[in-house]
Design a protein around this ligand. Sequence first.
Ligand SMILES: [Zn+2]
Length: 112
Amino acid sequence: MERVLVTLAERNPLVMSVETLGTRSGPFVINADEAFIATLTDEELEAAIAHELGHVWIYTHHPYQQSERSANDVALRVISRAALEPVYAKVWKRTGIKGNLAEYIGDGPDGQ
Ligand SMILES: [Zn+2]
């Protein structure tokens, strides 16, 4: 069982991020931009947290290769693609930097 702390920031330029306080085994801290979180529905917030926990999973599993796609592959075990997509739309609107949904989640409804 990993220790994961959640903190809110007045401003996080990444809107949401996760880091380890120590080694690969944590403890981990998920940091979220308070104003951004306020724009999410409950379902979207769940998807966003699942995504960050996906990063935590990668930290603790070989080959420890972090990517948005890998974090989403883990997240999609527990949340739906439909919940994740609007989160990205809101992240991109807030940061002004648009990413590639097909690259991050995959093309199809099955996330492939
Ligand atoms: Zn991520």
